[in-house]
Design a protein around this ligand. Structure first.
Ligand code: SAH
Length: 237
């Protein structure tokens, strides 16, 4: 998979994809991640990427021209109908569809080229959504100052699901949300620490018992803090 991130703060991403699973996936050629400075696509002499909002009001709005030019450079066209198959242009936005594990899975399974646009200020000129964007994604019901941290979240959750990214000794199968439940608790050595003991069942080597215990703990935790998951209220999870 190829991922292109469009941002006015490319330095933000200098190290963020260079750790753990994402780093390994890059080195293994499972994913290629490129970060592009939107300002480099501005053509006026001040390289402006934002301007005052029509209709008045606070703050600034990101201008459409540099973003259209950036999409033309990374996708090859700004005609949404002519994007190559497997390509999707995503706007990070609190107004987007809330991002879920199922969406991460779908993107990891179906796309070969993901382009992420990071907004700043009050947001991005709506014509970018109207003409270029295939989907708006929100990372949750809160507002952050820019799309960059959201892009990191989305990229990380997708890349770890690409075939081969997790390696043979780990799998995403039992992770939270994969089976509609939260994950079970995990323990490692020492078996007793400051008077706190690891549950006996994990020490007795009975794998059937251990699986049963893990399933019941996952269910218990899900029931206590994420009942919505059990009720299937997260339809598109
Ligand atoms: N005025 C906008 C918020 C702008 S915040 C509104 O109220 O909807 C600036 C940028 O941060 C946005 O353009 C978007 O790219 C990013 N952003 C903020 N919150 C986000 C969220 N929950 N998910 C994804 N991106 C978000």
């Amino acid at each position: 998979m190829k991922i292109d991130v469009l941002t006015i703060f490319p330095e933000f991403f200098e190290k963020v994809f260079d750790f753990g699973i994402i780093r390994r996936a890059k080195l293994a050629g499972i994913v290629e991640i490129n970060v592009h400075d939107i300002r480099e696509f501005a053509t006026d002499k001040h390289k402006m990427v934002d301007d005052r909002p029509f209709g008045g009001g606070d703050g600034m709005v990101m201008k459409p021209e540099p973003i259209f030019a950036a999409i033309e450079a990374v996708v090859g066209t700004s005609e949404r109908d002519n994007y190559p198959a497997g390509t999707s242009v995503v706007m990070l936005s609190p107004q987007g569809r809330p991002f879920k594990q199922a969406a991460a899975k779908e993107i990891a399974g179906e796309l070969t080229h993901l382009v992420l646009i990071c907004g700043r200020y009050e947001g991005v000129d709506e014509r970018v959504n109207d003409a270029l964007v295939n989907a708006e994604i929100s990372i949750g019901d809160y507002v952050i100052s820019g799309g960059e941290p959201a892009a990191v979240v989305v990229v990380d959750s997708i890349v770890r699901l690409l075939p081969g990214a997790l390696g043979s000794d780990t799998s995403a199968e039992n992770d939270s949300f994969s089976d509609g439940l939260l994950d079970c608790p995990h323990y490692t050595r020492p078996a007793e620490f400051r008077g706190m003991k690891v549950p006996d069942v994990l020490l007795n080597g009975n794998h059937a018992e251990i699986e049963k215990w893990r399933a019941s703990k996952a269910l218990e935790k899900t029931r206590s803090i994420r009942e919505d998951l059990l009720k299937g209220e997260n339809g598109d999870m």
